[in-house]
Design a protein around this ligand. Structure first.
Ligand code: NAD
Length: 331
């Protein structure tokens, strides 16, 4: 496949540390970025891309075919609407937007402009998660009854990566706290692993350990239309040295346990426990394959081959945002 020309809107932590290396590793090209911060533009120029202070400059770049949006959440909507109007393909970071109304506007823009759109759920592309999906589809677990997810971290008031301000603790920019930031991954992953979205949801949030106003933890319970249950524990109040990234899929014939696979990086572990004997079997997967690199490859491939675009759906991602709103008692 010929190299896809990428643009990036918002060249901060995730763009610099994960997306730019992913674009390079996939053999694609980062053509240009848009970021109002001169230091971020300088970082992009060091990576071989042209820097623009405004979105119009990036949109005018003829070599930019696909654009990754990685601004703070409240700016996703404006960026995606402008990119859709310009006919660019868009891969927008999660959560789709800071509010359900903004996510609905994004879905409308994508539909009316008929652009190729995906939300950047990189964890769909972790090889351990692809293995789980394949094992579930092959019936290895029997009837899946439950998915249990822990996805937590420590996010203090002064947390900062790549020298950026901590917009995550400001409800106006982030749209919420740990639930808004971390739960979309797990909600989407349940759909990906079982091929069945969560239909019903209840949740409780807490503001327990951190000195800011957005929630620093939440427990969510969901159920698919077919009756599988899901539990998610997400948190900003869990010390990073504790076990805090765990995914279990339980069925009538056995269970799969993935540890340290949720997140931006490659690696982690995956094992199967047989429901009859209790025997534990480690399962191999490509431990060097980065979910971000795989995400770039998959999006680029679908850009070139429209028949692969069924793996992406703004309507599905909007449903995930509706679940998040419901978890906050808004839907
Ligand atoms: N998929 C994942 O695992 C993952 C991981 C981290 C972050 N994210 C998501 O990525 C997004 C960015 O998060 P981050 O941690 O990289 O944030 P960040 O603060 O490190 O970076 C945001 C960047 O956006 C820039 N920006 C601000 N206003 C802008 C504008 N009007 N136009 C263009 N750029 C603008 C900032 O200057 C900054 O460089 C968020 O939506 C976040 O939820 C996803």
């Amino acid at each position: 496949m010929d190299a896809v020309g990428w643009g990036i809107v918002g060249y901060g932590w995730v763009a610099r540390d994960y997306m730019e290396p992913g674009i390079r590793a996939a053999g694609h090209r980062l053509v240009a970025v848009c970021d109002p911060n001169p230091e971020c533009r300088a970082a992009a120029e060091r990576a071989g891309a042209r820097g623009h202070a405004d979105l119009a400059g990036l949109i005018a770049e003829p070599g930019v075919e696909a654009v990754y949006v990685a601004t703070p959440n409240h700016l996703h909507r404006g960026a995606v609407e402008a990119l859709a109007a310009a006919g660019k393909a868009v891969l927008c970071e999660k959560p789709m937007a800071a509010t359900l109304a903004d996510a609905e506007a994004i879905a409308r823009a994508v539909e009316s402009q008929e652009i190729f759109y995906g939300t950047a759920f990189d964890q769909r592309h972790h090889p351990a998660h692809r293995t789980i999906r394949a094992q579930v589809a092959a019936g290895r677990l029997g009837t899946v009854t439950t998915v249990r997810i822990v996805y937590a971290c420590w996010l203090g008031r002064d947390w900062s990566e790549a020298g950026q301000p901590n917009w995550r603790i400001d409800a106006a920019q982030a749209g919420g706290g740990a639930l808004m930031d971390l739960a979309p991954h797990g909600l989407d992953l349940v759909d990906f692993l079982l091929d069945e979205p969560i239909a019903d949801l209840a949740a409780l949030t807490q503001s327990r350990a951190q000195d800011y106003s957005v929630d620093d933890g939440a427990l969510l319970i969901g159920r698919t239309a077919g009756g599988a249950l899901a539990s998610l524990h997400v948190a900003y109040n869990c010390p990073d040295a504790l076990p805090r990234r765990r995914l279990e899929v339980v069925g009538t014939k056995g269970m799969l346990i993935a540890e340290n696979t949720m997140g931006q990086t490659s690696g982690g572990s995956l094992s199967f426990i047989d429901g009859a004997s209790g025997r534990v079997e480690p399962l191999a997967f490509d431990a060097d394959s980065s979910p971000f690199t795989e995400q770039v490859r998959a999006f680029g491939s679908a850009l070139r081959r429209p028949e692969e675009r069924g793996a992406y759906s703004a309507a599905r991602d909007l449903h995930t945002m509706r679940l998040v709103a419901r978890a906050y008692g808004q839907g």
